[in-house]
Design a protein around this ligand. Structure first.
Ligand code: AMP
Length: 406
């Protein structure tokens, strides 16, 4: 070891997640994964590093600027994963014969973007994506909408899924179109002003805004509504929103954006849509696809705000305290027995520590139960079980301990 003192610190835009925080993230990931799998979506993992040429030029100028690129030790030009959609396109092209279509995959991995860190914007963050590749059937779009609704509901979040159809929108420059998306944020006057900044005249701006706001739900949106109803979902889970545009210009059909129905800040909790011209980019053919990306950090934030995490997220059920050096073997024996019954069990690791300190340790770690095996208990093959929340405690035969804990 060198003798220079190194300051412990993390890079700007990169985060540590200490156990309390990491548990919350795991809680959300576990729920999402279960919902994804309940619809038959399969996991996919791709490497953090790709050849630069796979990613370069796929995310516009801004993307190229923010992408982490470097040369590896072998002189290869490489780049860090920037999203999970381009890697999916590569996989579909590379393993065509091993993948049966429609391919329904979910992917939950980190991506890296050299952005200017600010509230909710990080340089390393987790993306949770589901995509259905290889079918243009609206049943796929409807399935994703249902899944998305189920997932937010399971997390405790009441949401509205805003929906629009890109095919309805006027064929004007995407720069002007994208301004309409800000209607909720900056109001009509703001939108008209910004539309003119993109080169439209005052009259053209008014007409564009007026015409778009007046757009009726498309046939595809009406059909989605029917499918949802047939499948037992209320049609009110989707809300046709003619000025919803979304930031990416690769969408070709339906687009969705999820907002909290409670917290009307309008902050997006996730979004997606149909993009039929992207997945085939490495194949030079059209491969239709529809997908959705959960805004992981936003979801965590919204759940914190609405107090939606269970109080008890500790995965450890019980701490077996150690009464003394002589009795430590007994405690270890009991902990092994409980573990073999599928109960998450921690044994205290220092027999010299006073009992009240061991109890305090359990309390601080949010472990709901504590077992004490003193000389009397050891002699009669029993244990004292203490409920840390109520303070209640009872002594019971060892062979009843695991039943009581279940
Ligand atoms: P995108 O690939 O840009 O469509 O983003 C997909 C999801 O990642 C969205 O839900 C965003 O909210 C989220 N996201 C994008 N950039 C960042 C960032 N720098 N930090 C955290 N989340 C982000």
């Amino acid at each position: 070891m060198g003798n220079m003192k190194i300051l412990p610190k993390t890079l700007k835009g990169f985060r540590d997640f200490l156990p309390a925080e990491a548990r919350k993230r795991q809680y959300v990931i576990d729920i999402l994964r279960k919902v994804f799998e309940s619809y038959g979506f399969e996991p996919l993992e791709t490497p953090a590093l790709e050849y630069e040429e796979i990613l370069a030029g796929k995310y516009g100028d801004e993307g190229d600027r923010m992408m982490y690129k470097f040369e590896d030790k072998g002189g290869r030009k490489v780049a860090l994963r920037y999203d999970q959609t381009v890697p999916l396109a590569r996989v579909v092209a590379q393993y065509g014969n091993d993948i049966s279509l429609p391919f329904k995959r979910y992917q939950i991995q980190n991506v890296w973007r050299g952005e200017n860190p600010q509230a909710g914007r990080f340089r390393e963050f987790l993306q949770c994506d589901i995509d259905t590749v290889g079918t243009s059937s609206l049943l796929a779009d409807a399935e994703i909408i249902q899944l998305v609704y189920d997932a937010y509901k399971k997390l405790g979040l009441d949401v509205v899924i805003k929906i629009n159809d890109r095919k309805l929108l006027p064929q004007i420059s995407f720069k002007s179109l994208a301004v309409l998306d800000k209607l909720n944020k900056i109001g009509e006057e703001g939108v008209l002003k910004e539309l003119q900044e993109t080169g439209l005249s005052s009259e053209e701006s008014r007409k564009l805004l007026g015409d778009t706001k007046a757009l009726k739900a498309s046939v595809d949106i009406l059909r989605i509504r029917e499918i949802l109803k047939e499948n037992g979902y209320s049609e009110s889970i989707i809300e046709p929103s003619p000025t919803l545009i979304r930031g990416l210009d690769y969408y070709t059909g339906l687009i969705f954006e999820v907002v909290s129905s409670k917290d009307k800040s309008g902050l997006s909790l996730g979004g997606g849509g149909r993009y039929d011209d992207l997945i085939g980019m490495f194949l030079n053919q059209t491969v239709p696809a529809v997908g959705f990306s959960f805004g992981f950090d936003r979801v965590i934030e919204a759940m914190e705000k609405q107090n939606l995490f269970p109080d008890e997220l500790s995965t450890t059920k019980v701490l077996i305290t150690v009464f003394s050096e002589e009795l430590s073997e007994k405690s270890i024996e009991v902990s092994s027995a409980l573990r073999s019954k599928g109960i998450n069990t921690e044994v205290y690791l220092d027999a010299k520590t006073k009992m009240d300190k061991q109890l305090k340790y359990a309390d601080q770690k949010g472990i709901p139960y504590v077992v004490i095996i003193g000389p009397k208990e050891a002699e009669e093959n029993s244990a004292t079980l203490k409920n840390m929340q109520t303070g209640e405690q009872k002594t019971l035969p060892l062979d009843q301990l695991s039943e009581s804990l279940k």
